[in-house]
Design a protein around this ligand. Structure first.
Ligand code: TYD
Length: 235
């Protein structure tokens, strides 16, 4: 495996997928595999990841907060993301950490853009502005059907939140949007069927992330040596 104890350029990985896809399990496993190999990993989640983001999370996900219309919902998720991007994710990437976020802006494109019908273009623009143009280097999409997702979430004791309890048609629109985003930028996505076993998924994710980290390390060292070779180089 790559030597992560050597200086690494920072990397930003997001996990996305429908409710019940198993993202959180895979985010934990990837984080552990990379930490065990010597990387400095920051695992975080959305909505959340900052004190204001966690407050916004309960505001937007808990039942019983009164009416939250679609635009208000999109702006709450974007506000939480703005804080997360500027206070947590960007500084960590600049330190050279690997940031693993359980959900990011694609969730807003899928849930608010498609699910709530606000339009994916508008949500891309809103989030590009909110994050000052911070998008993941790699998005791992765990693809789950609405039926399988509902089955997996209702197998546990946790009650469904405001978004999870929407009907299957809402979740079908979300799934189609995630897949369309991945198809439009295949080099920035790893799409895996959520029905694969936990260990199969973990192995495929580690393989792809390891390859990406090695590529980035090669690019960083090539840039370092060309800076040293150029007359303006600082060495
Ligand atoms: P989720 O990751 O499912 O949290 P948990 O597994 O702890 O319940 O995220 C919560 C819900 O929020 C999920 O239904 C998706 C929704 N969501 C959006 O609608 N838009 C967003 O931008 C984000 C980040 C999440």
């Amino acid at each position: 495996m790559t030597d992560y104890t050597a200086p690494q350029p920072g990397l930003f990985i997001a996990f996305e997928g429908g409710d019940g896809a198993g993202k959180s399990t895979q985010a934990v496993l990837l984080s552990k595999a990379l930490s065990d190999a010597g990387a400095t990993v920051l695992r975080t989640r959305e909505p959340g990841g900052t004190p204001v983001g966690e407050k916004l999370r309960s505001l937007v996900l808990d039942h019983g907060q009164g009416e939250i219309d679609a635009k208000t919902e999109a702006l709450i998720f974007a506000a939480a993301r703005a804080a997360h991007a500027s206070q947590v994710i960007t500084p960590a990437i600049e330190r050279g950490d690997v940031v693993i976020s359980d959900r990011y802006a694609d969730s807003s494109i899928a849930y608010q853009g498609a699910g709530r019908g606000l339009g994916t273009e508008a949500i891309v623009k809103l989030n590009d502005w909110a994050t000052s143009g911070l998008w993941p280097d790699l998005t791992v999409l765990l693809d789950v059907s609405p039926e399988a997702g509902r089955h997996r979430r209702t197998a546990g004791d946790a009650p469904e939140d405001r978004l999870e309890s929407e009907p299957d048609g809402f979740h079908a629109a979300i799934r189609a949007t995630f897949l369309a985003l991945a198809a439009a930028h295949p080099q920035r996505y790893l799409v895996l069927p959520a029905a694969n076993t936990v260990s199969e998924l973990a192995a495929a994710i580690v393989e792809r992330v390891t390859a990406l980290l090695s590529e980035r390390a090669v690019q960083a060292s090539a840039q370092g040596s060309s800076a040293r070779d150029s007359p303006q180089g600082s060495a």
